[in-house]
Design a protein around this ligand. Structure first.
Ligand SMILES: *Cc1c(COP(=O)(O)O)cnc(C)c1O
Length: 388
């Protein structure tokens, strides 16, 4: 019997068995937690093989990384202490001083801030390009361009870029194509199947799924992951074994949770469409949504985030938020519980008002991250809270 499940399996099988030791440790069915920081020396081939938590090669780090690689369909993966660390390590491991990144203009706020600070601090240049204008990508190209960085579904409007063209463009120009797949999860979309080189995630969201871990992952070829891991080892970036253990446990139910969340999101989006108190709904699962055709072609599900703008502006939006009984008002997403937030005052608070509105993020826009509750309860709660 193999030591680990390594072959390609269906997602639920991979989620349950991926990375779990087949030679049961003391008969244990689930991967035990090994909090030890250091390990008996053995015969390490090189420095990075000495087993030590900061070198990202201890049992819980390896087990969860293996599971994640199986889920994303990549050769390898490495876990990081946050999604932000996954983004920064993936970028820095593929860039030298003076090199250039092409990035989609609607990015997660933290990633945009990070890219801006790379320019100021490390001389890494960045150009933001509109996802819908491949001619603009070509115009922004420089001899030093190395990376094309995108997100599967943008936050909060849930737009899907022409991802196939982005991959083709990156290949044509020798760029590393990188994508943040947090909002989709490998249950809905596996970017390597479309040809992406590097996939990053905030595992704090759907992957862990229980709003009790902050972590990230970089998934790619073994060679690229090795490069990322070496940089992490150098800079002292590692995920604690306890967090690895929790993430590993959370991942086992990912393929059970996400389809329910997808369904809940679609049901809520349809209910909003019919509600007279709602001016606009954005959800790629709605046939009239601008991203529907692409999402339908590439995704197995449309994700669990819905955005809507109530009639009556900010006042109505705020009143509704206060009246909700089930969803809690909090940033972040991807847990079992439905969360709501107003991006203008949370995720996009750092962006000047006019720029934010220019990105299509109206003051009264509300983002809903659907959990796994009975959706009738959620729909009824929103409907009551929207009432005058
Ligand atoms: C939350 C998030 C991040 C950052 O992840 P952390 O785990 O909070 O550091 C990056 N990208 C996207 C799309 C996110 O939603």
């Amino acid at each position: 019997m193999a030591d680990h499940i390594q072959d390609k399996h269906h997602l639920r099988t991979a989620a349950v068995h991926g990375g779990e030791p087949r030679k049961a440790i003391e008969g244990s069915i689930s991967m035990p937690l090994f909090p030890s920081s250091t390990y008996v020396l053995g015969n390490p081939a090189e420095f990075d093989d000495i087993r030590y938590v900061r070198l990202n090669n201890t049992p819980n780090q390896q087990a969860v990384s293996e599971k994640l690689a199986l889920l994303e369909g990549t050769e390898a993966a490495v876990v990081t202490p946050s999604g932000t660390a996954a983004v920064s390590m993936a970028l820095l491991a593929h860039l030298e001083k003076g090199e250039h990144v092409l990035a989609q203009d609607h990015l997660y706020g933290g990633s945009r801030k990070l890219l801006d600070s790379l320019r100021e601090r490390y001389g890494v240049e960045v150009t933001y390009v509109p996802a819908e204008e491949p001619e603009a990508w070509a115009r922004a190209l420089r001899p030093t361009t190395r990376v094309f960085y995108l997100e599967t579904l943008t936050n909060p409007l849930l737009e899907v870029a022409p991802l196939d063209e982005a991959v083709a463009f990156a290949r044509r120009h020798g760029l590393v194509s990188m994508i943040d797949n947090t909002f989709a999860t490998p249950v809905n979309f596996r970017p390597v199947e479309l040809g992406f080189d590097v996939v990053v995630h905030s595992a704090s969201k759907y992957l862990n799924g229980h709003s009790d871990v902050v972590a990230g992952v970089v998934a790619a070829s073994a060679e690229r992951v090795k490069r990322v891991r070496k940089l992490m080892n150098l800079l002292g970036v590692c995920l604690d074994p306890h967090a690895c253990f929790l993430l590993q446990r959370g991942l086992k139910t990912l393929p059970l949770r996400v389809p329910v969340q997808n369904e809940n999101a679609l049901a809520l989006a349809l209910a909003f469409k019919r509600h007279p108190g709602v001016r606009e709904v954005r959800y790629p699962g709605l046939p009239e949504d601008p991203s529907h055709a692409r999402a339908r072609r590439w995704f197995k599900g449309y994700g669990a985030t819905v955005c809507f703008a109530p009639v009556g502006g900010v006042e109505r939006a705020e009143r509704m938020l206060k009246r909700l009984r089930i969803p809690r008002e909090a940033p972040s997403l991807g847990g079992l519980e439905t969360l709501v937030c107003r991006p203008a005052t949370t995720t996009h608070a750092g962006i000047p008002d006019d720029v934010r509105r220019g990105l299509g993020v109206a003051d009264e826009l509300i983002r809903v991250s659907l959990g796994v509750e009975d959706v009738e309860d959620i729909i009824q709660d929103f409907s009551r809270a929207l009432g005058d």
